[in-house]
Design a protein around this ligand. Structure first.
Ligand SMILES: [Zn+2]
Length: 328
């Protein structure tokens, strides 16, 4: 009687479930390669290189020489290298348009020998960005282009603002979750004591975050630290335990009796704290949370769907048994 209907319903359920599974990113390297634009692929490579020390060690001579080609002058790795030269002690309080990432996007790095001086590694020109000299900031903003030598490529081109962004935001949700979880597990495996943290997430948000990370699930504290871009940094001193945030070069020394503020220990220009894209009211860390937990919610749906279809199958089996019993 209703047997056909039940079977049809089950088939539909199976098909739907299979197709939601099929959305998962392909694991094959070649498929990913063909889908990813060059720049994105370079960034993901850089990301895994800096986040997995082992693969950094394995970096071949060819890969190193590849980073010196002309197109890489405007690339992500070189941008990060320039950004890492800035010290807030010698490059003092600047508005956003003259912040270290803003000037590094236009080819400048900090000349650490001189207070507030920036320098171009390509044309060797320098510029002192000093507000005590009463110049308004828009004068400096123009000079970020005009102070390069006439022959310097930075006069005609610069890196897009989008380059200074949490790299995990460029990954598919499941890869972003894996990356955060990996960073968190590494903290768990190395830090010998319970880390105390201050963070802005609600209890419910923390639960959702933890549910969204893949197994084996890292600790709550490490997961929140990792969401906010913190990772363990190996040091020469065994007594010292450092966490760093790669993108704003912030460093925090971990102590068992002192808590880490996942927000306030960042530098003011960290992409975790600033809008995730121009004009957005969502910070980078919030955008990453949304990305990862959307995946978590989807996974939850899938899980409940599996349970649902299993119990449906049991029900249908029982009904089928009853029907057959009646007929025989
Ligand atoms: Zn230049």
């Amino acid at each position: 009687m209703n047997k056909r209907k039940y079977e049809d319903a089950l088939n539909t359920l199976d098909k739907t479930f299979q197709s939601t599974n099929a959305i998962k990113p392909a694991k094959s390297g070649t498929t990913r390669k063909s889908k990813m634009p060059d720049e994105l692929e370079r960034r993901v490579n850089w990301f895994s290189m800096t986040h997995k020390l082992q693969s950094r060690k394995r970096q071949s001579a060819k890969e190193i020489s590849d980073t010196t080609t002309r197109s890489d002058l405007f690339g992500f790795e070189k941008f990060i290298e320039r950004l890492q030269t800035f010290s807030l002690r010698t490059y003092t309080s600047k508005p956003a348009e003259l912040s270290p990432p803003a000037v590094a996007l236009k080819g400048w790095q900090h000349d650490n020998g001189h207070r507030n001086r920036i320098v171009c590694t390509k044309c060797k020109q320098g510029l002192i960005v000093d507000f005590s000299a009463t110049q308004p900031s828009n004068t400096y903003s123009k000079q970020l282009t005009s102070a390069h030598a006439a022959s310097c490529p930075w006069r005609y081109q610069y890196c897009p603002d989008s380059m200074y962004r949490i790299q995990e935001l460029y990954l598919p949700p499941s890869l972003a979750a894996n990356s955060v979880a990996e960073r968190a597990r590494r903290i768990d495996s190395i830090i010998p004591f319970h880390i105390q943290i201050n963070h802005p997430l609600s209890g419910a948000q923390v639960d959702t975050l933890l549910r969204s990370l893949p197994e084996p699930r890292p600790s709550k504290e490490s997961s929140i630290l990792a969401l906010y871009g913190w990772e363990h940094k190996p040091t020469a001193l065994p007594s010292e335990t450092l966490l760093v945030s790669q993108l704003d070069c912030a460093v925090v020394s971990l102590k068992s009796d002192k808590s880490v503020d996942v927000v306030r220990n960042h530098r003011f220009y960290a992409p975790q704290l600033t809008p995730s894209f121009q004009g957005s009211s969502t910070s980078g860390a919030e955008a990453l949370y949304d990305k990862i937990t959307r995946r978590g919610r989807k996974k939850q749906l899938e899980e409940s769907f599996v349970l649902d279809s299993i119990s449906r199958q049991a029900v249908v089996k029982n009904i089928r048994g009853l029907l057959l019993g009646h007929h025989s």
